[in-house]
Design a protein around this ligand. Sequence first.
Ligand code: UD1
Length: 418
Amino acid sequence: MKAIEIEGGRRLRGELTVHSAKNSVLPILAATILSGDTCVIQRCPRLEDVDVSGEILRHLGCRVQWQDEDLVVDSRGLSCWHIPDNLMRRMRSSVIFLGAILARCGAARLSYPGGCELGPRPIDLHLAALRRLGVRVDESCGVLTCRGQELRGAEIVLSLPSVGATENAMLAACGARGTTVITNAAREPEIVDLQRFLRKMGAEVRGAGTSTITVEGGRKLHGCRHRCIGDRIVASTYLCAAAAAGGDICLRGVDYRHLSTVITALQQAGCRVSSQDRRIRLVSDGNLRGICPVRTSPYPGFPTDAQAVLMAALLRSEGTTMFVENVFQSRYRHVSELVRMGADIRLEGRVAVVCGVPKLSGAAVRCTDLRGGAALVIAGLQARGTTRVEEIHHIKRGYSDLTGDLARLGADIREIEI
Ligand code: UD1
């Protein structure tokens, strides 16, 4: 088993290119099915969740292969419309294959997607959207069988702007006859990226980035080449790391507008952050101050995925900061691990209050989820002594080389076998 070992106290300095966004790549890999042709995902990040998507695609009958940094998916031979439980459980975003398989095959069978690390993650909105398009959903023993030979465009009103439900509705609507209008759609940059990909395949989709997305379904689609947007959460992680450890770093490959709420928070905390020539530069002396309450909400609000890493950055700040987690019910599982390192964090339901402490101490801690794991690494970078972060498979789901990137920036960090 592998762990990450960190000797805290080094400043970070240097330049990095941020890899493509996991949350763009995963729905886009599902969307390749719609083309019935070959799609090339350029510079696809090597992530565990990308491997699982590849396994699902192969199970469905697609050819999936790496060509240097590109991932090539040929979905001409798709011959199966069900995903076995062992693959569904390995990744929550496996549910996005539902809309894509339905659009291509008119039927899909799968079980509920895995785990519940952030609290309950129902898929009721996904299913309600698909029902609007004429899909019949039967559930028995945890297996969903969805049939919709004749999908019809419809008005879909989402009761909340779920990212996954918006994506599933967009994909299924591409295979439906007529016009679909999705109201109260999620507005995340990754939804805009999915629209760009669908349009490159020949689909007629417009409105992504706003709350109303329109799909003219039933078009014949074809293969294409696509490079996904940079990962705003990976970028936020590196900025928070340098803010906490102190230093001067530059990030390339990500649009600063996609992380403006995170940048504003770091500026309030005392960092200098600027953006020029498509680079984001952060300078910090490592002495931060507490900031106004951080309330997570759907884009363009503060991203729930950056809550843990910002919290880790503020553990030694002067003063207090309140976090309010509004998107997921249980997204503070990293808190008890941070407390083992000497952090002072009080939890009450959706609220966490961080009181800055003068120092953190290295400890053996365990990743509880993907972003919570990255938060432990950030705590380790600023702690005195050695921190050992275990269960790092969570981190590998969403960071292609967190340890290597931070080492290149000057951190004393390595992966070890335990
Ligand atoms: C996506 C992201 C994840 C991010 C989240 C919120 C991907 C692969 N994952 O997850 O990194 O943290 O957006 O920005 O893109 N909900 C329901 N019923 C549903 C669907 C959702 O009640 O049918 C609730 C969820 O429980 C949650 C909230 O809606 O409380 C937001 O979830 P959603 O936007 O769907 O997140 P995901 O698509 O799962």
